[in-house]
Design a binder for this molecule. Structure first.
Ligand code: ADP
Ligand code: MG
Length: 170
């Protein structure tokens, strides 16, 4: 690993939302963030924090039936649009083409968040931010952040994220 991996434990959903808000400060158009974790881990909760910090006014919920929800962000935000994918109900990777998955993996004007990215394992981009969320206890979660591939660009991203999160916690 270039740089040490970033791990954070949250003790409430509000704390996970706050981490999402801090993470949003490091995101720019073109970024892809994969949210990995079991049902109820807190993927959508983290997405809500990201959306809130970008000034999304709509209620953000799991786009389980449509697979994709799109949101406008606040005018002037560093991120133009938010694409929120949830692949839990994807039946086969062959169905990815029908939702235009490749375009979401290279967003020109916006960023893409993906819940259940492992359902699209053969269609993921070369570069992304991976957040793995693990349930420790009923109110407590471990969030682990890694930037892929393991190179200098990724190392800088994780360091930037580390400073955003620690300054938000002050
Ligand atoms: P997922 O999208 O991963 O299926 P959700 O974000 O929809 O999960 O739901 C997470 C659930 O866990 C919510 O009911 C939330 O209130 C609860 N929860 C409890 N503690 C935490 C925590 N520390 N972080 C995130 N969610 C938590
Ligand atoms: Mg969800």
């Amino acid at each position: 690993m270039t740089g040490s991996p970033l791990e954070i434990v949250t003790q409430s959903s509000a704390e996970t939302v706050a981490i999402g808000e801090a993470l949003a400060g490091c995101l720019r158009d073109g970024d892809v963030v994969l949210l990995h974790g079991d049902l109820g881990a807190g993927k959508t909760t983290l997405a809500k924090g990201i959306a809130a910090a970008l000034g999304v006014e709509d209620v953000v919920s799991s786009p389980s039936f449509s697979l994709v929800n799109e949101y406008d962000t606040r005018l002037g935000a560093a991120v133009t649009r938010l694409y929120h994918l949830d692949l839990y109900r994807l039946r086969s990777e062959d169905d990815l083409a029908s939702i235009g998955f490749d375009d979401f993996m290279a967003p020109v004007e916006g960023i893409t968040l993906v819940e259940w990215p492992e359902r699209a394992s053969t269609a993921l981009p070369e570069r992304f931010l991976l957040v793995e969320i693990e349930t420790i206890a009923s109110g407590s979660r471990r969030l682990r952040f890694a930037a892929i591939p393991d190179d200098e660009v990724s190392g800088r991203r994780i360091e930037s994220l580390r400073s955003h999160i620690s300054s938000n916690a002050d």
